[in-house]
Design a protein around this ligand. Sequence first.
Ligand SMILES: Cc1cc2nc3c(=O)[nH]c(=O)nc-3n(C[C@H](O)[C@H](O)[C@H](O)COP(=O)(O)O)c2cc1C
Length: 210
Amino acid sequence: MQLDSDALAGMAPRTRAALVNSISGFKSANLIGTASASGETNLAIMSSVVHLGSHPPLLALVVRPGGEERHTLSNILATQSYTINHVNTAIIEAAHQTAARYPQQVSEFDATGLTPEWVAGLGAPLVAEANVKLGMRLREHQPLAINGTHLVIGEVVVAIFPEESLLSDGALDLSACSTTALSGLDAYHQAVPLKRMAYAKPELPPRLLG
Ligand SMILES: Cc1cc2nc3c(=O)[nH]c(=O)nc-3n(C[C@H](O)[C@H](O)[C@H](O)COP(=O)(O)O)c2cc1C
């Protein structure tokens, strides 16, 4: 099958959204924890987290347009902090439910039964049930003119994960953490590790790590 711009433009909106949300490949499944200036907690599932750089450790997040009704963005801008919590296989249902449009005064923590966890100095709640949890400080906010989305760039200031899932070279074994992957907006996957490849060099053939 081959689709061009006209074919994509002619698709029913929901069908096009389902297709375009899938074609960027497998994505990370994250719960973004925030709190308002007055301390009301909020939790939302988001799959658009990407690595921007390691030193400083920067991650970017794309937040859809929607103004004040986007509680995650308004909370991040108010407190300059947020958390990124990996969705694991045990919390898929609760995590997915956070996408529902609850009114501002309803915390998705209460609505889904997930538990807020606080660490000193961070103005946003972690998710206690997550195995991998990151505390983030807002470093840059860029409204994107092309479609009204917002690029939120944050620095990792706290990283919490099971010690036994840290590999000897510093990488985190995400399968051991039960971290899931997402395709589209509704399909959750469990990762099966295939192989780890050594650092690629022009003068050497591809080779396994270790
Ligand atoms: C699987 C999945 C992934 C999502 N990823 C994003 C995302 O990357 N960015 C975004 O703005 N919304 C994303 N959403 C939608 C939000 O979860 C949804 O709009 C939520 O109600 C936002 O909550 P808030 O208003 O409390 O910020 C996603 C929804 C689902 C189901």
